[in-house]
Design a binder for this molecule. Structure first.
Ligand code: ADP
Ligand code: MG
Length: 726
């Protein structure tokens, strides 16, 4: 009834062939290997989990006359004419006919042998989508094969696998069959789990997905609602949850200094502040304070919309470390942001006698060596800077707390390095510092349940009083003159403005740029970026000419660190009235007197980015306005995206929409990194399974540790580290 046994036997019989090919011809084998690696296939078992993308129905023939655009079909006919045409370009055009009608097949790439085989009289079975063509219905590059008069039709659906250029379905299929025949498909879950959900056994699920049975309905297989798919999704989600649980356990089993002593410093800061903490800030601080008192490393995200006041909570936490005789470090992904923290911290901590040290990649060698010496000797109580703080040669005397602002802006590699260094920077053997992350980009619930399950979160869900919400305006670029008038008015009234240009800069690349040197090698600007940079410079020149009576500044990522810092300091001090900038000002920059922001080509920015940028205004008492300039015509998606930012000032709502529009890979910024994004499950669509997995994981670890271990080994081999991106 099922085709497992014969298929497996056939596969076994063939199984030695690929190995032989490998030894005989190493070059193609290694290129095969690299193609497979592109698909994420390294181990034998990866073939087993390389599941079809979709299924095609080749079990039936459709009369040619009934082949219409919109759905692929299979037809069969006899070649009645075949020719190589040269206009508009070289191509093979082949006319076939069945009892009902005529169809053209068109091949833009073909071999001579193909042209020969498709000679008049040949009988072909063709699979593809017919479209109306110049001469009649045609299929472009359909799949076809030459058949005999009575070649039987397949009895079941044909699986179609995700593949890559140069790796034909047939080859992939053969490799998968081999692997299936050789792999142990035993259970890694106790039987009651699949039974409870009405899911098949693992072996049966795998078999059902690779080998559809005659009569199987294509729909549930293709849209992944079939019970076999449900089983695979649960498997995958469970592996993710188990891995997160283990990270959590591992963390709880480690030691950190219990920063219990509440000394005079935190109290002194609170009394000296020109404002009172909001209720939400107090609550977040209480949660952090409790964690810091524990003898295990804290791993907590302080989340709050832009302007909610996370920095002061970070300062309190840093002081708590100092009060307990330990050091704290504050790191930001860009020089600009780190500088600003340094200024804020100096303002708050220096008067109460806390020794601060600045360290960044843009520093002179000598300054940096002096900073490193202070950090190592313990003169430094709080170090502030970029990720240069965690590079070779920087050792802390006794690090109690590491604070990372806008942590998700660091690249994945850097984040992993930060984690690793963070956990080895404690000094005393086996003692790790506490870790606190800050972010204004909220993590939607589904993501915090899945990717960030080993993360405690404190939320600042209210803005300090007296803020006037920013008014957002959408204005077409052709009305630029009106916008210029607004800028002039605002600046004449003593306020300041940002003019943001669409050069999206990867802030994670910025801090390391050496001072006084633009990078020309390695990751230097590509041509596109260079021309974009030129347009930023042009915009600055034009605006400076336009507003001859105003001081117009320019800041972008290619400036040397100290030039960037100087421009920002001038803007903060009011010496610059209009600041032309790229996205380098996106995170954290806090200049309360700036109340107007213009974003050019707003349609080119990400939603979270627009929200972050907009958060640079509305920080003072003046009514603030953010103008999104857009270029007509706007596509449908661009319009929808701008509408989200226009209608909402709630970072969570914007993030939710952003996640829906972009999907989790883009959202997390890990797509290119090869991090183990879920392959089968979709955290939004499969929320019920995600919730089930979250409940099952602790049960499995407690009652069936051996199953759990094997399950993780099967699904997470070599990937576990990457789950720690936060
Ligand atoms: P973010 O959460 O975006 O990092 P910041 O920490 O930069 O926000 O705070 C934004 C501004 O609000 C700063 O100027 C900060 O000093 C001020 N601020 C923070 N907390 C309060 C408060 N409770 N009341 C009034 N102003 C506050
Ligand atoms: Mg901030």
């Amino acid at each position: 009834m099922r085709k497992t046994a014969p298929a497996a036997a056939a596969a076994k019989a063939r199984s030695r062939r690929p190995a032989k090919a490998k030894s005989a011809a190493p070059a193609p084998a290694s290129s095969l290997k690299s193609k497979l690696a592109k698909l994420g296939i390294q181990r034998d078992f990866d073939f087993v989990l390389h599941l079809p993308l979709r299924y095609e129905d080749e079990t039936r023939l459709t009369p040619i006359a009934e082949a219409h655009a919109g759905a692929p079909v299979q037809v069969e006919g006899t070649v009645i004419a075949s020719e190589i045409a040269y206009r508009p370009r070289r191509q093979l055009v082949c006319k076939i006919e069945d009892a009902s009608g005529l169809l053209y097949m068109r091949f833009l790439h073909f071999y001579g042998s193909q042209a020969k085989a498709l000679a008049p009289g040949a009988r072909v079975r063709v699979f593809g989508e017919a479209r109306p063509g110049f001469f009649g219905a045609e299929m472009v590059h359909p799949r076809y094969r030459i058949v005999g008069e009575n070649t039987p039709l397949p009895r079941a659906l044909t699986p179609v696998y995700p593949t890559t250029a140069g790796l034909p379905q047939a080859t992939l299929r053969r490799l998968i069959e081999n692997a299936l025949a050789q792999s142990e498909l035993d259970e890694t879950l106790p039987a009651h789990i699949p039974a409870r959900f009405g899911m098949p056994a693992f072996r049966d699920a795998i078999d059902a997905l690779h080998h559809p049975r005659p009569g199987d309905d294509a729909r549930p297989l293709s849209d992944r609602t079939h019970p076999a798919w449900q089983r695979m999704k649960l498997e995958e989600l469970l592996a993710q949850q188990l891995s997160m649980r283990l990270h959590y356990r591992e963390r709880r089993s480690k030691s950190a200094p219990a920063l219990k002593q509440a000394g005079a410093l935190t109290a002194a800061l609170l009394t000296r502040l020109p404002f009172r903490l909001t209720r939400a800030q107090n609550r977040a601080w209480a949660e952090i304070e409790r964690d810091l008192g524990e003898p295990h490393p804290m791993h907590r995200l302080l989340q709050g919309d832009v302007g909610s006041g996370k920095t002061v909570v970070a300062a309190l936490a840093a002081l708590r470390a100092v009060e307990n005789g330990m050091q704290a470090v504050v790191m930001a992904p860009t020089e600009i942001l780190a500088e600003q923290h340094y200024r804020k911290f100096s303002e708050w901590l220096a008067p109460i006698g806390v020794e601060l040290t600045w360290l960044s990649g843009g520093q002179k060698k000598k300054e940096r060596a002096a900073a490193a010496a202070d950090i190592a000797s313990g003169v430094t109580r709080v170090a502030v800077g970029t990720h240069a703080l965690f590079q070779e040669g920087i050792a802390f005397q006794s690090l109690g707390l590491a604070i990372v602002d806008e942590q998700h802006r660091f690249g994945v590699e850097q984040r992993l390095a930060l984690r690793a260094k963070g956990s080895s920077a404690g000094g005393a053997a086996g003692i790790e510092p506490h870790q606190m992350m800050m972010s204004a980009t909220p993590i939607p619930r589904t993501l915090s349940m899945s990717y960030y399950a080993d993360l405690d979160v404190s939320l600042i869900d209210e803005l300090p009083p007296g803020r006037t919400p920013v008014t957002t305006k959408l204005i077409a670029a052709e009305r630029r003159d009106e916008v210029l008038a607004r800028v002039r008015d605002a600046c004449r009234e003593g306020r300041q403005a940002y003019w943001v240009c669409p050069l999206i800069e990867d802030s994670s690349l910025l801090p390391a740029a050496p001072a006084r040197k633009t990078r020309t090698r390695g990751r230097g600007p590509g041509r596109v970026e260079a021309s974009q940079l030129q347009s930023v410079i042009d915009t600055h020149a034009r605006l400076a000419a336009e507003f001859a009576d105003l001081k117009v500044g320019l800041v972008h990522g290619r400036l040397a660190a100290q030039d960037k810092a100087a421009v920002m300091a001038d803007f903060a001090a009011g010496r610059i009235q209009l600041l032309v900038a790229t996205t380098v000002i996106e995170v954290g920059v806090d200049v309360p007197n700036a109340s107007l922001m213009i974003i050019e080509h707003a349609e080119r920015f990400g939603l979270a980015q627009l929200h972050q940028l907009r958060g640079r205004v509305g920080r003072g008492v003046a009514d603030s306005v953010c103008i999104l300039l857009y270029q007509k015509p706007l596509g449908e998606l661009a319009r929808a995206r701008l509408k989200v930012v226009y209608e909402s000032t709630d970072g969570f709502e914007i993030a939710r929409q952003d996640l829906l529009l972009r999907g989790p890979g883009e959202y997390l910024g890990v797509r290119q990194s090869g991090a183990p994004l879920l392959r089968f499950a979709d955290i939004e669509r499969d929320l019920d399974l995600l919730e089930a997995a979250r409940d099952l994981a602790p049960q499995l670890l407690q009652h069936h540790p051996e199953f759990a271990r094997r399950h993780l080994a099967r699904w997470m081999a070599g990937k576990s580290e990457l789950m720690k991106v936060y």
